[in-house]
Design a protein around this ligand. Sequence first.
Ligand SMILES: Cc1noc(C)c1-c1cc(NS(=O)(=O)c2ccccc2)cc(C(=O)O)c1
Length: 130
Amino acid sequence: YDTEEHTLRELRIFLRDMCKKLANNRLFFMFTKPVDTEEVPDYTTIIKKPMDLETMMMKVDFHKYECARDFLNDIELICQNALEYNPARTSADKQIRHRACSLRDYAYTLIKTEMDSDFEDKCQEIAKKR
Ligand SMILES: Cc1noc(C)c1-c1cc(NS(=O)(=O)c2ccccc2)cc(C(=O)O)c1
């Protein structure tokens, strides 16, 4: 089978496992689904590019990620959105900002420790050619 397709399939398997690990951590519960505009009516007036772990899992299945860096860019988006929408000194805002930073650090560390850097380089080479 075409080795590029084989590489991208392996990437998708890895990224699905990443999504599962992040979504299964209770700390990150509020990042598992899109922010509900019924619950948070002004959310989309402030946050222009919403992102969440369920949407990321769908993006994996729709072949939207060609390398781990693209995946981490969406994790960064989840984190930045949470910092932007929850800037107050209240304990609720502080808690969600802390959890957003934990999500970002945990995702980077998981990828750094569990993904072969040569494999990521190969994915980025394929992405460049497409
Ligand atoms: C995320 C986010 N960004 O800004 C805010 C504010 C949140 C956020 C949104 C919600 N309520 S929600 O209905 O949109 C939802 C429930 C379950 C999973 C995903 C979203 C709850 C919480 C919370 O801390 O419990 C936080």
